[in-house]
Design a binder for this molecule. Structure first.
Ligand code: PHB
Length: 391
């Protein structure tokens, strides 16, 4: 080979390698998942990630010709400083194209400024305090807002002979939203609030609160607690202190009868009325396929709950947006593509509101019943196209 030809070959080879390098860099879309994978809220991360994996099992791990890679980070619990640091590291070090996950409100709020600064789309797969989407134009939510899912049970209670209610909520964003939405809708329906109490988010001890409710003799107690162990503890106290026997009904958002813990709470939940956007018993072909694939991917120990659906639909929103942008991950283009997006979710129809970037969806009134497969939230009324009533 002449020197000239050798030089040409070298240059060609260098360009080819550079080309491969560029092709590879362009060929991967990185998703940074920040969620709770340890501590008392560990099921949040498990459910969200389980739902994301379910979507990828059904739809493949490439979209618009690019491979999807998930980088998983454990925030450990309600830890805003950690959530912020993890989001920052994912953006600057790992160069993620999306931030996703966020089971708990304080973690989502802490990471919002990172999304804004980096212009990285942030998909909230659970955290449900109303204001979250107002904290960054790069946030889209695929879960719910507390006012959206609370108002229907307040209206239902007022129409169904419940006159006096005592409210009990966890003392942080979603609890305060639930309390406000319940009180205004229940009063508008002619109901009376005889007491309200807020319980600590960390290490709550419910006995004194439950006693206070019992002494006030309401027709019902309205409850919002973050899904999981807290609901189990409250239900135990409600039974032990004889509230049901005293004729005090329990009504709640579906966080309390979350499908992941319903069996563990057992028969005391029978007959409990809740309003919510997802039940594992929802009767649709999409939900049947979702529940089946979820079990194939994640095993059968944990039934998929609303957080799993939030994760699943979050991935759906990402895939659909990337199809529209032709794989372009530019934050402004992705968010524009997500606005107004319509999905047929396992929960029912879901639209991303173009104005608020919050989900618009059907909210169901459900009752816990024992079916062939165990305890389930059986839907018996539906309110379509529900938005956050305060927005
Ligand atoms: C929240 O922190 O926003 C949150 C957590 C658990 C729920 C609902 C909302 O069940």
């Amino acid at each position: 080979m002449s020197i000239v030809n050798a030089a040409r070959a070298f240059v060609a080879c260098t360009f080819a390698l550079a080309g491969i390098g560029i092709a590879q860099a362009q060929g991967v879309i990185k998703i940074g998942l920040v969620a709770e994978f340890s501590g008392p809220f560990a099921q949040y991360g498990q459910q969200i990630y389980g739902g994301m994996k379910t979507y990828m099992k059904q739809h493949g791990d490439t979209v618009a010709g690019k491979k999807i890679e998930i980088i998983q980070k454990d925030v450990g619990g309600p830890a805003p400083d950690v959530a912020k640091r993890l989001a920052q590291e994912l953006v600057t070090r790992d160069k993620v194209d999306f931030l996703v996950g966020f089971g708990l409100t304080p973690n989502a709020l802490a990471a919002a400024p990172i999304a804004t600064e980096a212009k990285v789309p942030m998909v909230i797969m659970n955290a449900a305090t109303s204001i979250i989407t107002t904290k960054s134009p790069y946030i889209v939510r695929t879960s719910m807002t507390l006012p959206q899912i609370t108002q229907p049970v307040a209206v239902w209670a007022a129409k169904n002979g419940i006159k006096k209610v005592y409210t009990v909520v966890a003392d942080y964003g979603p609890g305060i939203d639930a309390e406000g939405a319940f009180i205004s809708a229940f009063k508008a329906g002619g109901g009376e609030i005889v007491g309200s109490v807020r319980t600590p988010l960390q290490n709550p001890e419910y006995a004194p609160f439950i006693q206070r409710v019992k002494d006030a003799k309401p027709d019902a107690v309205f409850l919002f607690l973050p899904a999981g162990e807290q609901g189990i503890a409250f239900m135990k106290g409600y039974k032990e202190r004889g509230l049901a026997d005293a004729g005090i009904k329990l009504i709640a958002t579906g966080d309390i009868t979350d499908d992941g813990v319903l069996e563990a709470m057992g028969d005391p939940t029978l007959g409990l009325i809740t309003s919510f956007h997802y039940s594992a018993a929802h009767d649709s072909p999409e939900n049947k396929a979702f529940v089946k694939t979820y079990a194939e991917v994640n095993g059968t120990k944990l039934r998929p709950n609303f957080m799993a659906v939030g994760g699943y639909d979050g991935m759906a929103a990402i895939y659909e947006a990337l199809k529209k942008t032709g794989g372009d991950t530019n934050g402004d283009k992705v968010i524009a593509a997500m606005k107004g997006l319509k999905l047929t979710s396992p929960r029912g129809p879901l639209t991303i509101d173009p104005d608020t970037r919050d989900p618009v969806q059907t909210v169901y009134i459900r009752k816990v019943e024992k079916t062939g497969g165990g305890l389930y939230n059986v839907e018996f009324e539906r309110l379509e196209n529900q938005k956050d009533p305060g927005k």
